[in-house]
Design a protein around this ligand. Structure first.
Ligand SMILES: C[S@@+](CC[C@H](N)C(=O)[O-])C[C@H]1O[C@@H](n2cnc3c(N)ncnc32)[C@H](O)[C@@H]1O
Length: 317
């Protein structure tokens, strides 16, 4: 897959399109427009009778959408919102989609924009917001949150085994102002040998902070049911995730929908009468092949899952 004109290479793009199978005239919701790499492929398939509705909370994605719109082969629309809010707007308008997909995490546009503070490789202010309208920044987390809470997010969202030492060092060095200040605190907070292990020593802490600053897991928990409810019966939904915390949510969400009987296992006969709402399109997640792994290192941790909507239920809690 070639890079999009904007420099972000869409991950598992052919696999995503094969899974959701966009047809001419379809209504499709791209919940994470980014640089529009997936959207461009889908737009070509749904054609002039189709509509692609793009959502993204990052203003850079909105700018990319304007370029996309001028050449797209279908009707288009953009919602500059948190994806669950965008999906709720569509539901209130009575829009039902044939396909809905989300490509979670960050785009290369975000990582490569040094001044946004997502990258440990660039000197920048401690920002890390996908949506600059939001108040919470990484600087607030690092300089104002209690050490115990920082420790907790580094452990939970970064699976950082040296979270205790790193959070202690962060608090001791306050105020931190730049990504370099943070990288220095991380290195000082871990044993010397661990600094030279696999990958950059700051990778896990930066991931954890980004997830916390952007409320990424809460956003996914809200968006998965909203996306499902926006889908027509017979429609297809897919999600690409980049780490186990995301993938677990997607997997459990689809598995829950695909499960029929919800009775306790010790009940001899089904009393709930619950019918499955979904058929799994992926029993195991789809991952990148050798060629994609060679061409796009970002695809290394990508996992694609999807489901077909069988029917509506009332009052899912
Ligand atoms: C991996 S990129 C998508 C790349 C896109 N599929 C492409 O091919 O160019 C993820 C995008 O989702 C957006 N995003 C992440 N979480 C979001 C949320 N909760 N609400 C809205 N947009 C979100 C990010 O701003 C980013 O632009």
């Amino acid at each position: 897959m070639n890079p999009s004109p904007q420099g972000h290479i869409p991950v598992l793009a052919t696999e995503l399109v094969d899974l959701i199978g966009p047809q001419p005239g379809d209504v499709t919701v791209d919940c994470t427009f980014g640089a529009g790499g997936h959207a461009r492929l889908v737009a070509d398939l749904i054609g002039p009778e189709g509509t692609l509705i793009a959502i993204d909370r990052d203003p850079v994605a909105r700018a990319r959408f304007q370029e996309f719109q001028s050449t797209a082969k279908c009707e288009t629309r953009f919602l500059a919102l948190e994806f669950s809010d965008g999906l709720n707007v569509l539901q209130k308008e009575g829009i039902r989609a044939d396909t809905v997909y989300m490509d979670l995490g960050m785009s290369s546009l975000q990582v490569d924009a040094a001044e946004r503070g997502f990258s440990y490789s660039h000197e920048a202010p401690l920002d890390m917001r996908m949506d600059p309208r939001q108040e919470l920044t990484a600087e607030v987390v690092l300089n104002e949150w209690p050490e115990s809470r920082i420790n907790q997010i580094l452990r939970a969202y970064g699976e950082e085994r040296y979270s205790g030492g790193i959070s202690r060092e962060i608090v001791r060095r306050r105020p931190l102002a730049t990504t370099s200040d943070l990288v220095d605190a991380i290195k000082a907070g871990m044993p010397t040998a661990a600094r030279f292990g696999s990958g950059h020593p700051a990778r896990r802490t930066f991931q954890a902070l980004r997830i916390a600053v952007n409320g990424e897991l809460e956003a996914i928990d809200a968006a998965l049911p909203a996306a499902w409810d926006t889908l027509k019966i017979g429609g297809r939904m897919a999600a690409i995730s980049f780490h186990s915390l995301e993938d677990r949510r997607v997997k459990q969400f689809f598995a829950g929908l695909a499960t029929g009987c919800k009775c306790p296992p010790d009940l001899p006969v089904c009393a709930c009468g619950h019918e499955p709402e979904a058929e799994l399109l992926t029993r195991r997640s789809i991952t990148a092949d050798e060629t994609e792994l060679e061409n796009n290192p970002r695809s290394r941790s990508a996992r694609l899952r999807g489901a077909l909507k069988l029917g509506e239920i009332e009052g899912r809690g």
